[in-house]
Design a protein around this ligand. Structure first.
Ligand SMILES: O=C(O)c1cc(=O)[nH]c(=O)n1[C@@H]1O[C@H](COP(=O)(O)O)[C@@H](O)[C@H]1O
Length: 305
């Protein structure tokens, strides 16, 4: 049997992140306009579309890129450069960076920084949710001032109990950032949890809790909801009044999951002005040229008018 090496090879020294002082962080947080207001302004200017950045292996390949960190970086930066200034928000899907390990997360940091530089709102689609003490660490990562992964907003799962999200809700409020809490998701399996209780459904309870957070903010506050574009008549059947939530609604499921602008307008009815439709694969497949990405995004955005 070969002898074990006596000493483990030394790991390379990690790059030191620049962490601003607490006074600098507090000043930056206090000066930021609340996320809900920034999103309302972006929707007024650019329309009701968010484009998801989901660098799936098949998309990398169709863009002529390898399924590696170089391909991931080229894909992500191309999307931000092409679409900043043309859509209300961009939503990187964290899982598709995580699958490349720490170097993938470094690309995500760079992607979020480029969004900030290009003045386009970023929504990190991380769907975090855990017991409060762990939730505080997730909040620091995605919403904390000076965190390299901080985005303008992050998606959260309330299915460990809505109040378990408190550290993230509080930190978002303190830093002028936002969250989108899963209400009714776009996947068919979601109903087996979210619809339970009928007219007093689990989802309805979540939506009411979000409403309490936003306290009548107009047009909406910084605590958003995820309601799938594919939910059809579920809002009506469950007796859900989204207007009372005063929440921006992130609505995925447009395009690749089958929903159209017309379907969404029928499902959301009077709540439509709160809705930010989001589509990933259906727009990304138009790449790699910036012009083709812009045209695809514009066509989807116009279908939501
Ligand atoms: O939070 C989300 O964004 C989300 C919630 C939901 O209910 N359904 C849903 O599809 N998503 C995300 O939205 C994106 C949809 O991608 P496309 O189906 O390619 O448009 C994926 O990144 C999903 O993880």
């Amino acid at each position: 049997m070969p002898a074990l090496p006596r000493q483990l090879p030394l790991l390379p020294t990690p790059r030191q992140a620049h962490v601003p002082s607490s006074a600098v962080r507090a000043a930056a947080a206090a000066s930021r306009v609340p996320f809900g207001e920034r999103l309302a302004a972006a929707m007024n200017k650019h329309g009701q579309l968010c484009v998801g950045i989901d660098p799936h292996p098949a998309l990398l390949s169709s863009w002529g890129l390898n399924d590696d960190v170089t391909g991931l970086r080229s894909f992500s930066l191309t999307v931000v450069e092409a679409l900043a200034g043309h859509v209300a928000a961009l939503k990187p899907q964290v899982a598709l960076y995580e699958r490349h390990g720490s170097r993938g997360l470094a690309v995500l940091e760079e992607t979020l920084a480029l969004c900030a530089q290009g003045h386009v709102l970023s929504i990190a689609d991380a769907k975090r949710g855990d017991i409060g003490s762990t939730m505080a660490a997730y909040a620091d990562a995605w919403l904390g001032e000076g965190s390299p992964l901080a985005a303008d907003a992050v998606t959260l799962s309330p299915y460990l109990g809505y109040e378990s999200l408190r550290p993230a809700l509080d930190l978002a409020a303190a830093t002028g950032r936002g969250v989108f809490v899963l209400g009714l998701t776009s996947n068919p399996e979601g109903a087996s949890v979210q619809h339970v209780g009928g007219s007093a459904s689990v989802a309805k309870g979540v939506i009411q809790s979000v409403g309490a957070e936003n306290a009548g903010a107009l047009p909406f506050g910084s605590t958003g909801l995820v309601i799938g574009a594919t939910v059809g008549s579920a809002l009506e059947k469950l007796g859900i009044n989204l207007a009372a939530s005063h929440a921006p609604i992130l609505a995925p499921g447009l395009g690749a999951q089958g929903a159209t602008g017309a379907d969404m307008k029928a499902s959301f009815g009077a709540f439509w002005p709160q809705v930010l439709g989001t589509s990933s694969r259906d727009i990304l497949k138009a790449g790699p040229t910036a012009a083709a990405l812009c045209d695809a995004a514009a066509a989807t955005r116009d279908s939501l008018l």
